[in-house]
Design a protein around this ligand. Sequence first.
Ligand code: NDP
Length: 240
Amino acid sequence: MARVALVTGGTRGIGAAISKALKAAGYKVAANYAGNDEAAAAFKAETGIEVFKWSVADYEACAAGIAKVEAELGPVDVLVNNAGITRDAMFHRMTPAQWKEVIDTNLSGLFNMTHPLWTGMRDRKFGRVISISSINGQKGQMGQANYSAAKAGDLGFTKALAQEGAKAGITVNAICPGYIATDMVMAVPEKVRESIIAQIPVGRLGEADEIARAVLFLASDEGGFITGSTLAINGGQYMI
Ligand code: NDP
């Protein structure tokens, strides 16, 4: 029977590539999004993938949204925590709201989404939790104290939960993309983008599909011995 995959922020950018790749591999896919109805409708029309609107920053909304997805598609086997935002500012100018919004979405979002699914995965003795962190959670980035803190937190979450899920057949992994050509990165001024590319040994931005292919592997049965790991996909920009 086809496995069910739920991708947060699955209607645009990296998440859209992940949703499409999972569908092409035979999964039943649900794509969540936050507020961009137009993009979600276009994505649904293009792919036939069901879209579901709620904020990963809101625990109750996540629990209700997941219940809806499971009623329509069946129990979720694969969760891809991809939704993320930036609210960049140098620290001396960063507002408490900028800090909170990023932590609520990029870090607490992992708790809010994974927690309601965890017991079901444990009971069924299978689960895949794959979270999209960032190179900037590994190396830190000026102007992104909030984002770097949240994304680094995602890695601690992954390692702790991997230990808890191991005996129950649940793997928990994180991917740290480098700079990928999505709206988030194309929104930065061209000059800044050029300086970013100059720091990437392979000499280009990554493609969303390159992240999606790694998600597919981690989700598969073949990836079952990989847990608690952090996979860097960054064109050689940061090596640890
Ligand atoms: P985009 O801005 O292109 O897309 C973000 C997606 O997340 C959208 O579908 C958006 O929904 C959704 N989203 C945002 N906030 C919420 C929320 N509170 N609840 C539910 N969905 C939400 O982002 P990218 O594709 O660039 O990034 C995807 C992930 O990859 C993020 O976690 C990001 O931090 C990470 N990343 C990206 C890199 C890059 O170079 N692009 C590099 C490293 C990491 P809506 O359409 O409704 O706004």
